[in-house]
Design a protein. Structure first.
Length: 270
């Protein structure tokens, strides 16, 4: 299946994406900033937390899909893969930014994407605590939140020297990956850290210019890809190739600043 999906199907995918986000919201908020919130560690070598909020939100979304689109495949962070027959896969990250969730910061989000093997067609970045929902699809790019609903549009081109650049972790990834990020960031006007998926939402909303990360999984990036591309931005890996499988990712507000940053990043080895 190609990324070309008929209008009626896209409309139904948007409808169901909203239902998924609606189902995940109360499950994440049930535990957020609660006195008893605790986490298990999925990767004891360092700290890769998962909470009951993560698990409950994904279960709620899977329940919706079982009712609304049972023949689609699913790939979720917490409960893995379910095969389907339609050629479409729902890619779910019930809480992207669990470290932030544990810390009480409102920079985590629920990520929902759906599309064929070639990449996402519809994507949602939902921040339940703030009440903001960013959605991107063919002919649709909008955010709904406390200030109402508005269209999403990425920032117009400006030089890297005037840009705002985000990443989640100061170390970014490997030593080489950190050096690549630093080479770009050192040329920018402002660098900020720690926003998880909310940084991608800010890029789609025209607030920042670049997000550069490494070590991502498909469920970390597919929803941001759909939202940012619908808003006019560009998302690739550090070689300029499709990024929906994760790994090293650069998200840019426009083709000009993408090219300027990519000229630095594409030489990073390892």
């Amino acid at each position: 299946m190609s990324n070309t999906i008929d209008t009626a199907t896209v409309g139904d995918l948007i409808r169901v994406a909203h239902l998924l986000a609606d189902a995940a919201r109360p499950e994440t908020l049930r535990y957020f900033r609660s006195a008893g919130l605790d986490a298990d560690n999925k990767r004891p070598a360092d700290f890769d937390p998962v909470t009951e909020g993560d698990r409950a939100a994904e279960r709620a979304m899977r329940d919706v899909l079982a009712r609304e689109r049972p023949d689609d495949a699913i790939f979720g962070e917490e409960y893995g893969k379910k095969d389907g027959t339609t050629g479409l896969t729902w890619v779910l990250d019930p809480i992207d930014g669990t470290r932030g969730y544990l810390s009480g910061t409102p920079t985590w989000g629920v990520l929902i994407a759906v599309g064929p093997e070639s990449g996402p067609v519809v994507g949602v970045i939902d921040q339940p605590y703030i009440g903001e929902r960013f959605i991107g699809a063919p002919t649709l790019a909008e955010v709904t939140g406390p200030m109402g609903t508005s269209l999403l549009s990425t920032r117009a081109p400006r030089p890297l020297a005037e840009a705002i650049v985000f990443t989640t972790f100061p170390e970014v990834g490997s030593t080489n990956e950190r050096d690549g990020f630093t080479a770009v960031a050192s040329k920018a006007r402002l660098v900020r850290y720690g926003c998880d998926c909310y940084a991608y939402a800010l890029l789609a909303a025209g607030q920042i210019d670049l997000v550069i990360e490494a070590g991502l999984q498909p469920y970390d990036i597919q929803a941001p890809i759909a939202v940012i591309q619908a808003a006019g931005g560009v998302v690739t890996d550090w070689q300029g190739n499709p990024a929906h499988d994760g790994g090293r990712v650069i998200a840019a507000a426009n083709a000009a600043i993408h090219a300027e940053a990519l000229a630095i990043l594409k030489h990073i080895e390892g």
